[in-house]
Design a binder for this molecule. Structure first.
Ligand SMILES: O=C(O)c1ccccc1NCC(=O)[C@H](O)[C@H](O)COP(=O)(O)O
Length: 206
């Protein structure tokens, strides 16, 4: 099965369209005001309106208030939710939508246990642990820590770049990969050449 690709932290319509042209499977929009990649609901709507079909729009949240999250869902066509905070399973499934739970790879993290607890998740996104930073660290973790088999689909994230992506896919064989900082020109602005190189890296293994 080919590895799916999600470009995360999209803040501009042209970057979303470039992702689509390159054959990306998903784009991610960050609804977390402390992120340099945060988008407002209006911005998000402008980015995703009239995207062609079969490209999944993922909305990212960090311990968001349910009322705020519900407002976003009413205003932006989001396909899948992605939770990057300490949201328990019942909060993640509260919206009746498919969701991804981000797991930060702190020392001693119990991935099989979390895969069980978040049984209603579509996938677990494994990201680098950095104290006080819920995501978008731009740093990789030791891919050797990802179990060869898990009861949930694995999305590999954290410090992926055009330079290391082929090795990451070869080693982990994840369901999908997720990249943000590694394909940026500056925070929040993607670099078309880096995005293309990243896709080539994934395709070289598929
Ligand atoms: O990107 C952010 O600024 C961010 C902030 C808070 C929570 C999540 C965030 N991004 C989540 C992502 O899905 C990133 O793609 C993932 O953490 C990997 O980021 P990077 O290491 O920059 O590729």
């Amino acid at each position: 099965m080919r590895t799916r690709v999600k470009f995360c932290g999209i803040t501009r319509r042209e970057d979303a369209l470039q992702a689509v042209r390159l054959g990306a499977d998903a784009i991610g929009l960050v609804f977390y005001s402390e992120s340099p990649r945060a988008v407002s609901p209006q911005q998000a709507y402008q980015i995703v309106r009239e995207l062609p079909p079969f490209v999944t729009v993922v909305g990212l949240f960090v311990n968001a208030a349910p009322g705020y999250l519900q407002q976003i869902l009413e205003r932006v066509p989001i396909d899948i939710l992605q939770f990057h905070g300490e949201e328990p399973p019942e909060d993640c499934s509260h919206y009746g939508r498919a969701y991804i739970k981000a797991i930060r790879m702190a020392e001693g993290v119990d991935l099989p246990g979390l895969a069980q607890s978040y049984g209603s998740a579509s996938a677990l996104l494994l990201d680098t642990y950095q104290a006080g930073v819920p995501g978008g660290t731009g740093r990789a973790f030791d891919w050797g820590r990802v179990p060869k088999s898990l009861s949930k689909a694995v999305i590999l994230a954290g410090g992926l770049t055009p330079e290391n992506i082929a090795q990451a896919v070869k080693q982990v064989r994840p369901y999908a990969v997720d990249v943000s900082g590694g394909v940026e020109r500056v925070k929040g602005v993607k670099d078309a050449a880096k995005m293309a190189a990243f896709m080539r890296g994934v395709d070289s293994v598929n």
